[in-house]
Structure formats: C-alpha cells, structure tokens
Design a protein around this ligand. Structure first.
Ligand code: ADP
Length: 499
C-alpha cells in the first residue's frame, strides 16, 4: 500500500518537496535554492534546467530522508511559482531561452502599447487580469519576437510553451505530457477563464501560434505517470495548481465566502466566489481557484499587497530598531496603541486595491512622544489594514461578507499581528495547525485524484485550527483607526509623480 503523497512546491527562489501522510501531516521536507539571473535592471530569469534538477533532487531527497521508496508514493502533486514562462524544443526538451520570471518587467512597454490600442479592456473582460508585465502572455510574445529563429520554429510546431507546472510535468513524464491546469492557464493572459479555452482573438493580437500551447485540464486528475527515471518506478502525476490557489485549497477554503491570507514578503488574499467568476471594479483579479475532475470550475477574487512582512524586514535592516523579525511582537506589545502614528509601507507603490505605482512610504502623526515601539505597532497595523482594504474591495465586488479569515505564511506566526487583524476586520482569524498550506494543497489535489483521500469532506475534517483570534476592538475604535488609515493613504498616494 502506498503510504504517502509527494508534493513538489516549486517556488521563485527554491524548490521544495514534502511527503505527506494520509492525515495530511508533513513527514519529511527537502529544499534547494537555485540561481537567480538579472541580465538587466528589472529583468529576472531562471534556467529551466536548474528548476527541473533542483525539483528532482529534492523529490529524491525527501524519499531518502523518510526511508521511503518510490512505490510508497500514491501520487505526485505540483504547485508552482505562477506566470513564469518557459519555451522548449518538443523533440530534445531543450529550452530555447532562460525562463522569464513573473517579476520580470521587460514587457512593460508592450503592455503600454496594449493599453494605447485599447486592447486592455478585452484582456480584462476575458482573462480577469489587468494588463501587466507580471502575466505570461507578453513574455511569450517577447520570446517569439526577440530570440532568433524562435518564431519560425514555433510556427513549424517544433516548440512547446509552458508555465512551471507544465515544464515539470513534461520532464517528469519524459516528454509524454504537455498539459497545464486551469489555475495556471488562468494566469497567462491568453486563456478565457469564462469559456475555458485559449482565446483566438488574444492569440491573434499577440501573434502567438495556438500550437505552442499546452492542453488545459482540471487541477486534480491523473494526467499520466512518471517515466522510470528518476524514480525507477511509475508514479501517477495527479494534481497541479499555482501556489496561491494551492494554499487556498490546502486551507480547505472550499465554500463560497471563505478566504485565506498568506503573510509573506507581500500578502495574498484569495476569496472563494464559487462557480461564478466575479469581475472586479475595485482593482482585484478574477482568477480560477481550482477544478476537480468532472466538476465545475471554482473561481476566486485575488488581491495582492506588495509589502507586508517586508515592512518588518525594513524595521530590522533599514531602521535597525529590531534585531529579528519576531522581535517586533514584544516591542509593539509594549505600547497600548500607536498614539496616532500611521505607517504606510508603500515602498514600491501600492498594489490592490489602489494600483498606484507613484505612492511611496510615509510615517505620519509623529510627535515628541513617539517611540520605536509606536512605529513597530504602526507597522503591524499597516499589514492588517492593507488586508482590510483588499477584503473591503472583495466585498464591494462580490457582495460576500467574510465570516472568518484563514491565515498562513511567515508573519502569521505573530500573535499580536493576528489579533490586530481580527480587530481591524471585526471577524475571527484562524491559524491552522499545518501551515505548509501550499504544498498541502498540491498533495490534496493529487491525493483526491487517486482516491488516497475519499473526497473533499475528508480535507475539511483534516483542517484543524491551532488558534483562533476573536475581534476585541470596539466599533468606534475600529472606525477611528480606519478613518486615520484612509487619511494616511491619501498622504502616501501619488508622492513620486513628477519626481
Ligand atoms: P516569503 O515566502 O515571501 O519569502 P515567508 O512566508 O517565509 O515569506 O515569510 C517571511 C516574511 O515574514 C518576512 O518578510 C519576515 O519579515 C516576516 N516575518 C517572519 N516572522 C515574523 C514575525 N514573527 N512577525 C512579523 N513578521 C514576520
């Protein structure tokens, strides 16, 4: 009997592998960093072979650590850094260029052209995304236009495009499978998330041949199996989803109205909107949350905040008022409140729901009584208030009122921050026992497809809360805090315009 599900968690700076048992508990973990390439300012690349090799090596390492053999693995699930773009030769498997990473800004000018043409409204209506260099479509167009010989080879059917899920699946299957899942397809800017197909009008506009594109499948399904190398046995390849979507599935946010927030460098809120894709008028993305085999697509609204835990890093490295990130908690707890100080950490502009690239960081309301403790507390408030802004936008777009927020990511370990989040939202904040939610989500998707878990009810039952933070702030206190935050945001906005 196979005892484990192997989750491959391919991230932006490292590849991780985790072996889960049938209780959804991690049994062993392996991680390997790989090189980042910055060929020009604002450009970011990875070598696709580094991605594959580091992922393969961590998969083998995690088995060895657990004393498990490949035949102990019931299925493999993949979750991945989203939007990163790979183009390779179908016959040799050789990439034609480095992968263009989601962070890469090289297609910003192409995005400006799309907006000048007025085509951005079409993209928004069909893909749920905003026209930004972040997404894969313009990256594919760039490769076709800029790498010698690539367009001719693409038109002759010699090449394959994939996001990182597709690239790993191709390699794991020895080149037999050219498949992506709906969540990854939905981040390409080429996929109509409402009709469920690559969009011919968009492909024609960006001059991308359809023959490059992978087949789109549900997030949970047996796609095929591993060829004997590197595992020496055939293991079902059975689940794939982008990282934020996998985290939402791992958090068992399975019903409409359930939301999760991941507090890392930035923070990512996803709200389950059920079988309806809700278009946003508030600067959010409409995205596919997942699709189980034989079931309808589930949609989400997504809001990304650029700076969350990174504000804590700045207090540590920039201001040097703390020595480590966790220290912020005791410092901030040494005062009752901020005494009217607000910190807007708009270091790189503001993301959802403001999308203001010219906003910059501000500290307002400082008096002679202000101490580093007030600033630390204002930083925690800011992380919570930015998430409140995103959830307010989600409410405005969907009419859905949140009943609780499930949390994960490095900064979710901060109890004071979680209490402030509950206070600012006025709803309970729930921190789960297993915080490896991204990998767990990939494991669940794969495990469901092979019957390792009988159904989603089992996942709901397995999700358990480590601690719930109940809101304690009075309505009037909350209203005053939100009003001050609104005014602080106004001070931060548009600051660098005309610099
Ligand atoms: P990422 O995946 O984006 O690298 P992680 O989920 O590993 O992020 O979380 C790391 C971030 O969380 C860092 O920005 C760090 O400053 C912040 N962080 C870690 N521990 C704490 C803490 N106890 N309180 C507040 N922030 C924290």
């Amino acid at each position: 009997m196979a005892r484990f599900i192997l989750a491959l968690d391919q991230g932006t700076t490292s590849s991780r592998a985790i072996l889960f048992n049938d209780a959804g508990k991690p049994v062993s973990v392996a991680q390997q960093e790989f090189p980042q390439h910055f060929p020009r300012p604002g450009w970011v690349e990875h070598d696709p072979l580094d991605i594959w090799r580091s992922q393969r090596d961590t998969a083998l390492a995690v088995l060895a650590q657990a004393g498990a053999s490949p035949s102990d693995v019931a299925a493999i699930g993949i979750t991945n850094q989203r939007e990163t773009t790979v183009l390779w030769d179908r016959r040799t498997g050789e990439p034609v260029h480095n992968a263009i990473v989601w962070q890469c800004r090289r297609t910003a000018a192409l995005c400006d052209t799309i907006k000048a043409d007025g085509f951005d409204a079409t993209l928004r209506a069909k893909t749920g995304l905003v026209t930004d260099a972040y997404f894969s479509g313009t990256k594919v167009a760039w490769l076709l236009d800029n790498v010698p010989g690539v367009r001719a080879r693409a038109e002759a059917g010699e090449l394959a495009f994939g996001t990182v899920d597709t690239w790993l699946l191709w390699n794991l299957s020895g080149g037999a499978l050219h498949i992506t899942d709906v969540t990854n397809a939905g981040r390409t800017l080429l996929y109509n998330i409402y009709t469920g197909d690559w969009d011919d009008e968009i492909l024609a506009y960006l001059k991308i041949p359809r023959g490059l594109l992978p087949e789109v499948r549900p997030s949970s399904q047996v796609y095929g199996e591993t060829v004997t190398n590197p595992f020496g046995t055939a293991i079902p390849l059975a689940g794939m989803a982008g990282d934020q979507q996998a985290a939402m599935f791992g958090q068992a946010c399975l019903k409409p109205g359930m939301a999760k927030n991941t507090y890392g460098t930035g923070s990512f809120v996803l709200l389950n909107t059920g079988t309806e894709g809700v278009p946003s008028n508030s600067g959010l993305l409409t995205t596919i949350a997942w699709q189980l085999s034989g079931e309808p697509v589930i949609y989400a609204l997504e809001g990304s905040v650029f700076i969350a835990g990174a504000a804590v890093q700045w207090l540590r490295d920039g201001l040097q008022i703390i020595n480590s990130a966790p220290e912020i908690e005791s410092l901030a707890a040494s005062v009752e409140g901020t005494d009217g100080v607000y910190f807007v950490p708009a270091f790189v502009g503001l993301g959802a729901p403001y999308w203001d690239p010219y906003a910059r960081g501000t500290l307002v309301g400082i008096t002679r009584g202000t101490t580093r403790a007030h600033i630390a507390r204002a930083a925690l408030n800011a992380i919570a208030l930015q998430s409140r802004d995103v959830l307010d936008a989600m409410h405005a777009d969907s009419g859905i009122s949140l009943s609780a927020l499930r949390v994960d990511g490095g900064a979710a370990a901060n109890n004071l921050l979680m209490q402030i989040q509950a206070d600012v939202l006025g709803v309970p904040v729930q921190r789960p026992a297993v915080t490896e939610t991204t990998a767990l989500g990939a494991a669940y998707l794969a495990g469901l497809a092979v019957g390792f878990w009988p159904g989603v009810e089992a996942l709901e039952a397995a999700w358990s809360v480590e601690r719930t933070f109940e809101p304690r702030m009075s309505e009037s206190e909350r209203a005053a805090l939100l009003e001050g935050w609104r005014r602080a945001i106004e001070r931060a906005r548009d600051w660098a315009n005309g610099e």
